[in-house]
Write a protein that binds this ligand. Structure first.
Ligand code: PMP
Ligand code: GLU
Length: 396
């Protein structure tokens, strides 16, 4: 038989989803496994959201919708962006898709020509590089070291721009680092994007989970000129604990929105109609559920970072947002843990899973060595158990 495409062969499986599948298989087989792998809130989707979906089914709202979503959903997203982020969009500038991951994919398909360069700070979320490659673009990785709070500097960005650079991709607050660029830092990066006429893909899916009274700034709120060149990515998966409902969205200028909608119309069509009605409810109801979730994540963050930093050989920064922590394991390289010589973070994640049944994600998939990502979107009891096992594993 003839080959499958080089493009498909060039794509790596998602490290986060692979870990999640392994964790769920082990759990289903009865193993006492602790999951710090894929980041999805451990809370149930709220009842009023579920009821909105059931009502939609009862009312026969079970047919195709326009590819970019029902007007009601687009309007409610625009309203939320205005309230939460201080940016004004018309409903026609909002395009809903089957999860924010899909929104990222469609946005890159819409903007990237073969050979275009996309600048991505590392550590990055695992899907970014692969989605760029699927669009036949070239990911250009900028290393953001821990000593600089895992953030790139404007100078780094400026130095990476070439005549082929098309887009700058930023995740704020960041998965996996949890770090937040403040308004001045964003402004400095945005200015460089303006100067070199770059698009900005700004993934703000964790914007509702920010701690210590730090202030979130949306990229598109930095002014009309920046807003024009920005494609905002967001969705309901994280803020409303709706990962399985598959609703994400973009906010962009009309031209990009129209092109994305056309693209959708020949690929997935609209996202699930019933989920769209559920998302309307999530976005329009009182937002106290989101705030309550954030407060719970905050306590877990405090606990997990304190435990990690009290152990020998590992350390972490306290994240500003999202629900991940990057654990530095550099001092454990060369040691034997759980009968395995630890030469890198892949070895660590494997040995920790084999010997202590704790699933984590090695950060090689996020473009950095010697870090392990743990999510604290897990119950306090789970976190405590996982930390006790970590202590035992590294022999503190
Ligand atoms: N962006 C980031 C940074 C994420 O962590 C995730 C989580 N899966 C997504 C986008 C996609 O979310 P979803 O497809 O569930 O909307
Ligand atoms: N975004 C989550 C994570 O990074 C969920 C898994 C995924 O879609 O990659 O773990």
């Amino acid at each position: 038989m003839k080959n499958i495409s080089a493009r498909a062969l060039n794509i790596q499986a998602s490290a986060t989803l692979q870990t999640d599948a392994l964790y769920k298989r082990m759990k289903a087989s009865g193993a006492d496994v602790v999951g710090f792998g894929a980041g999805e809130p451990d809370f149930d989707t709220a009842d009023d959201i579920k009821e909105a979906a059931i009502k939609a089914i009862g009312e026969g709202k079970t047919k195709y919708t326009p590819p970019g979503g029902i007007t009601e959903l687009r309007a409610v997203i625009a309203k939320r962006l205005k309230t939460d982020c201080g940016v004004s969009y018309e409903p026609s500038q909002i395009v809903a898709a089957s999860g924010a991951k899909h929104s990222i994919y469609i946005a890159l398909q819409t903007l990237i020509e073969p050979g275009d360069e996309v600048i991505i700070p590392a550590p990055y979320w695992v899907t970014y590089t692969e989605a760029v490659k699927m669009a036949r673009g070239i990911p250009v990785i900028l290393n953001a070291p821990e000593t600089g709070d895992f953030k790139i500097t404007p100078k780094q960005l400026e130095n990476a721009v070439t005549s082929r650079t098309k887009l700058f991709l930023i995740c704020n607050p960041s998965n996996p680092t949890g770090m937040l660029y403040d308004k001045n830092q964003l402004q400095a990066l945005a200015q460089i994007c303006s100067k070199h006429d770059l698009y900005i893909l700004s993934d703000e899916i964790y914007y509702r989970f920010i701690y210590d009274n730090k202030v979130f700034t949306s990229m598109a709120s930095l002014g009309e000129e920046i807003k024009e060149r920005t494609i905002l990515i967001n969705g309901v998966s994280k803020a409303y604990s709706m990962t399985g409902w598959r609703i994400g969205y973009t906010a962009s200028n009309e031209e990009i929105a129209k092109a994305m909608e056309n693209y959708l119309s020949h690929s997935t069509s609209a996202p699930c109609t019933i989920s769209q009605y559920a998302a309307v409810q999530a976005l329009q109801n009182e937002q106290d559920g989101v705030v309550a979730m954030r407060d719970v994540f905050n306590k877990r963050r405090d606990y997990i970072t304190k435990r990690i930093n009290a152990m020998y050989g590992v350390s972490c920064r306290k994240p500003d947002g999202a629900f991940y922590v990057m654990m530095n394991i550099e001092r454990l390289i060369g040691k034997t843990l759980g009968n395995r010589l630890i030469q890198n973070s892949d070895d660590f994640a494997l040995a920790f899973l084999e010997s202590e049944l704790v699933a984590t994600v090695s950060c090689t998939g996020f473009g950095v060595e010697n870090y392990i990502r743990l999510t604290y979107a897990a119950s306090m009891e789970t976190i405590k158990k996982g930390m006790d096992r970590l202590e035992r594993f590294i022999g503190v």
